[in-house]
Design a protein around this ligand. Structure first.
Ligand code: CP
Length: 349
C-alpha cells in the first residue's frame, strides 16, 4: 500500500484533523516517551526556517527519532524535478533518485520548498513536493510549499486552547503590508483550517488583486458549508473587524503580479494602513490576534497588538512541536490516533 502523506489538510477529514489536534494536546499535557525510537526523518529545506526546522528536529529527538537536515544546493546536491528533461543545468540529480534513496535510509521525509514566484500557474501545481510524494516509499510531510498544513494545526490548537470550541466563531484573515511580496501558503492554509473547523471566515484583503487562488477560496466555501460555518470576502476593514473573535494576519504578493513584482510594489505600498493596530482591534469582540511568524513589528502589526494578552503568536509557534509530533507518530501509526480517528468518525457520522 502507498504511504499516507501529510501534504494538505484537504486530504484529511475533519475527524482526522480533530484526532491529530487531540493527540497534540495530549502530547503537550503529557510529553510522550520514545514512540519513534530507532526511526529517522529527512528534513529537506530549500528555504530558510527558524520554527519549522527547530520544532521538527527537537520534536523528532524527543520521540527518540533522528532527524537529518538536508539543504539542496548548499550541503546537498541541487535537484531536478521535471521528468524527461536533459539535465544540463545546475541540478546534479533527479527527484526520482533523491526520493527513493532517502526512502531507503529514512522512515519519513519532510520538505520545505517555497514557490519560485515567477508564474503562479506553475507554482500552484506544487510540483516539487508532489514529486517527492510520488517517488517516495515513505510518508512525506509538507513543511510549507503553497500551503503550510503544519502551521494550520499549531494555529488551530492555540485557538482551541484560548477560545475552546471554535464552531461559529468569527474568524478574520487579514492581508497586511510587507515590503516584499510573500508566499500565499499561510493565507491559503488559514482559510483551509478555519473553514474545516466550522468558523465564519472572512478574507479581508485590499482589493480583488489580492484575492487568493480560487482553489482555496472554493475549498473554504465548501468546507465551511459542510461544517456549519461560512466564508466571505471583504475589502472593508471596519466591517471585517466588527465583532471578530479571531484576527489572523498575513501578507502575500498579489497573484496577478507573479513575475512582475516591480509593478505590484506601488499598489502594495498604498495599503500600509492594513496594519493590525489597537484601533482596529477595538472594533472586535475582544479578539485574539495571531500570526505565523516571522513578523515585522509595526509593519504588519503594532507592538501594542503583538504584546497584548490577546496575542497568541508565541503559543502558536510553541504548538508546532506537539502538533508535528502528532503528525509524525500518526503517519508511522505509533499512537492510538488511528483508533481515535475511528471513534471520532463514528461520533461525527
Ligand atoms: N512559521 C514558520 O513556518 O516559521 P519558519 O519559517 O521560521 O519555519
Amino acid at each position: 500500500m502507498p504511504p499516507r502523506h501529510f501534504l494538505s489538510t484537504r486530504d484529511w477529514s475533519r475527524a482526522e484533523i480533530d484526532a491529530l489536534l487531540a493527540q497534540a494536546a495530549d502530547f503537550k499535557a503529557d510529553p510522550p516517551g520514545p514512540l519513534l525510537a530507532g526511526k529517522t526523518i529527512a528534513l529537506v529545506f530549500f528555504n530558510p526556517s527558524l520554527r519549522t526546522r527547530t520544532s521538527m528536529e527537537v520534536g523528532a529527538w524527543r520521540l527518540g527519532a533522528h532527524a537529518v537536515v538536508l539543504e539542496p544546493g548548499k550541503g546537498a546536491w541541487p535537484i531536478e524535478f521535471e521528468a524527461g528533461v536533459v539535465m544540463d543545468g545546475d541540478a546534479e540529480e533527479h527527484i526520482s533518485e533523491v526520493a527513493r534513496v532517502l526512502s531507503s535510509y529514512c522512515d519519513m521525509i519532510a520538505v520545505r520548498k517555497f514557490p519560485e514566484f515567477k508564474d503562479w500557474s506553475v507554482d500552484r501545481e506544487d510540483a516539487a513536493i508532489r514529486a517527492f510524494a510520488a517517488y517516495s516509499t515513505v510518508p512525506v510531510i509538507n513543511l510549507e510549499t503553497i500551503e503550510h498544513p503544519c502551521q494550520e494545526l499549531a494555529h488551530a490548537l492555540a485557538l482551541q486552547e484560548r477560545r475552546g470550541d471554535l464552531q461559529g466563531k468569527k474568524y478574520v484573515l487579514t492581508w497586511t503590508y510587507h515590503p516584499k511580496p510573500l508566499n500565499t501558503a499561510v493565507a491559503n492554509s488559514s482559510l483551509l483550517i478555519a473553514s474545516k473547523l466550522g468558523m465564519n471566515v472572512t478574507l479581508l484583503c485590499p482589493d480583488e488583486r489580492y484575492l487568493l487562488d480560487d482553489r482555496y477560496m472554493s475549498a473554504a466555501a465548501s468546507q465551511a458549508a459542510e461544517h456549519g460555518g461560512s466564508f466571505s470576502v471583504s475589502h472593508d476593514i471596519d466591517a471585517s473587524y466588527d465583532g471578530a473573535e479571531i484576527v489572523y494576519a498575513k501578507s502575500w504578493g498579489a497573484i496577478p503580479f507573479f513575475g512582475a513584482w516591480d509593478e505590484e510594489k506601488s499598489i502594495r505600498d498604498a495599503y500600509k494602513h492594513f496594519i493590525v493596530d489597537e484601533q482596529k482591534m477595538s472594533l472586535t469582540n475582544d479578539a485574539v490576534f495571531s500570526h505565523c511568524l516571522p513578523m515585522r513589528r509595526n509593519v504588519k502589526a503594532t507592538d501594542g497588538v503583538v504584546d497584548a494578552p490577546t496575542s497568541l503568536i508565541i503559543e502558536e509557534a510553541a504548538n508546532r512541536l506537539p502538533t508535528q509530533q502528532a503528525i509524525m507518530t500518526t503517519l508511522l501509526d505509533t499512537t492510538n490516533c488511528s483508533a481515535a480517528m475511528l471513534e471520532r468518525e463514528v461520533i461525527h457520522a
